[in-house]
Design a protein. Structure first.
Length: 375
């Protein structure tokens, strides 16, 4: 898996491989746009048309299982439209996979939003999709000035949106990306934009932290909570080794309940992040740049594997090392779940965990540099 991810990063996702193509953009004057929703897994269904023509296409984005499907409006039932509104001026519309989900907002939406911000005229407005104003609130927090240029299609449900937008005195441009939404060029653009709009506070620079991400919270979906007795031991191991190696960071227990601004502050202050694979680790995009590879923030992520098939089907690719295209802004490490882990409750080998904690806190190498136990 490690070699495959490295190869994919070098061959497909490296910054210089990003495709900037005018073919990505299609414009219609006085355009009409319907976002029908996620018609099926990985398929975003829309209609774009005006009084003279309509767009009909099905385009993948260079990634896996993501398709933009533009359908003939004459083949759709407009009696299912839930809301209609009119906008004036020039707009660019873009919808990405699972646009309403916290982690996917950073993985699949923000990179191309950063790209659009870079290549479009400052007078251009944008049309994005949302559910419950969740993505809107994130963008307002990240960059309120840019967010003021966005109009939102607020869906009741992502898979059943059915909203109609009519553009007057302007054109509507849709984007069908060629490169994947998690392309390294896009993630780096997103990180640069975040840092420009949200420079670290002095407190984050001075009071550095070690962050432990727990999924033992009622807001953690999809289970994978660490056995509570074991988690208490793990926290004691972290504290003991912080004392052992003279670490002066503050240990922060992160459960995702903090405000969005607090989450940015926490991860910008982090020298080390430890925790289970889950949506909370999407915050790794906020880790600060380092002066050298050796001084990068360190991440220790708990990962499923063939010994724990009940946890995310044992898929090794379920890691932000992969999702963030080898996450080059962090030094990445893993420990594996062990039996009897289930989707609800997980376990790791405590000796392996302490070995890894010693490695990232103190630089000790308690096992061979190339090991089946860490990546």
């Amino acid at each position: 898996m490690f070699q495959n991810v490295q190869r994919k990063y070098s061959d497909e996702l490296a910054p210089e491989t990003f495709v900037r193509s005018t073919d990505m953009f299609t414009s219609l004057p006085e355009g009409k746009f319907v976002f029908w929703g996620s018609a099926e897994r990985g398929v975003l269904e829309m209609s774009l048309y005006n009084s003279e023509k309509f767009i009909e296409s099905e385009t993948g984005n260079g990634g896996k299982g993501v398709t933009w499907r533009f359908v003939d409006p004459h083949k759709k039932d407009f009696n299912t439209i839930k809301k209609s509104f009119t906008l004036t001026g020039d707009y660019v519309a873009f919808v990405a996979l699972k646009f309403e989900v916290f982690a996917h907002f950073f993985l699949d939406s923000l990179g191309y939003i950063a790209y659009l911000r870079e290549v479009t005229d400052p007078s251009t407005r944008f049309l994005f999709a949302d559910v419950g104003e969740s993505s809107k609130s994130r963008l307002v927090m990240l960059d309120p000035e840019f967010a003021s240029r966005v109009d939102w299609i607020q869906c009741d449900k992502a898979f059943d949106c059915n909203q109609f937008v009519n553009i007057r005195n302007g054109s509507l441009t849709i984007m069908r990306p060629v490169s994947g939404t998690r392309h390294m060029s896009l993630l780096l653009k997103a990180r640069q934009w975040i840092l420009e709009a949200n420079p670290p506070k002095q407190k984050s620079l001075e009071e550095r932290t070690i962050v432990y991400y727990t999924r033992n919270a009622d807001n953690a979906g999809h289970g994978r909570a660490m056995d509570l007795t074991q988690e208490h031991i793990m926290l004691d191991i972290i504290k003991h080794n912080m004392d052992r190696y003279g670490r002066n960071e503050r240990l922060v227990i992160f459960d995702g309940k903090q405000s969005f601004e607090e989450q940015i502050d926490i991860f910008q202050s982090a020298n080390i992040v430890i925790g289970a694979h889950g949506g909370g680790l999407a915050n790794l995009i906020f880790l600060l740049p380092a002066a050298s590879c050796e001084s990068r923030p360190k991440v220790l992520e708990f990962l499923t594997n063939e010994l724990t098939p009940d946890v995310q089907r044992g898929a090794l690719g379920k890691t932000y090392f992969n999702l963030y295209s080898t996450c080059p802004w962090a030094e990445y490490h893993h420990v594996f779940y062990i039996p009897p882990s289930t989707e609800e409750t997980t376990y790791i080998d405590l000796q392996e965990f302490e070995d890894a904690v010693r490695l990232i806190l103190g630089g000790e190498q308690p096992f061979p540099a190339v090991s089946s136990r860490t990546i």
